[in-house]
Design a protein around this ligand. Sequence first.
Ligand code: IPE
Ligand code: IPE
Ligand code: MG
Length: 242
Amino acid sequence: MANASSFNGVPHHIAIVMDGNGRWAKRRLMPRIAGHRQGVESLRRCIRACVKRGVRVLTVFAFSSENWNRPPDEVSGLMELLAKALAREVPELRKGGIQLHFVGDRGSLSEGLRQGLARAEAETADNGRMVLNVCFNYGGRWDIAQAAARLAERGEPITEGALDRAMALSHVPDPDLLIRTGGEQRISNFLLWQCAYSELHFTERLWPDFDEAALDEALAAYAARERRFGQTSEQLVRQAAG
Ligand code: IPE
Ligand code: IPE
Ligand code: MG
């Protein structure tokens, strides 16, 4: 969808590549899954902090199309963790006014998990405080391809606008700020289409350690950016002056 505005310098939509769970666990001589468990706690904290700061949409990368290539016990551990998080977190999210969406290819998920995702979405559909998109079995290339396939099926011309409307995140404006924790400076097949004009913020901090102060650091960096969308700095100054 089109670019969102930001109110008082707070991004309307934040997207996060929650990376570094495995390293967090390894440093503590713990199994990788312990890092993922701690990652869920970090997400709870981050959701609360975003709501408090007036962020309207939070989109997080929880499992990529490529993460199936991990050792089978880690993959099954992550599936289990999602099932447990659904059971444990959804009632609280519902009470907190969060509208949940799961974004990604559900075809290869178990029937039980698919039902859980649909139930969580239905139970929170009327909430309006903040939208939380959890990208699970998601890939930016998958998203572009599925959108194009849908248009082709309907015999619709493939235009930017039509593709945009067929994408998995068509219910929200594009992210204003994309944060990646864990020190890597890459997109790893996250929101390839939607990040065309997002501001990027990379931090060394591992996802389980991403606290309110780390979020505020990212927000401060974002507030200091000049978003030009192809225009010149002088044009923006003139427009702001009215
Ligand atoms: C991100 O943490 C979570 C998932 C990809 C599921 P990682 O598991 O990639 O953590 P590192 O990068 O190995 O530390
Ligand atoms: C990206 O992290 C995916 C998620 C955070 C879910 P990865 O750890 O899978 O990314 P790469 O493999 O280092 O690029
Ligand atoms: Mg990683």
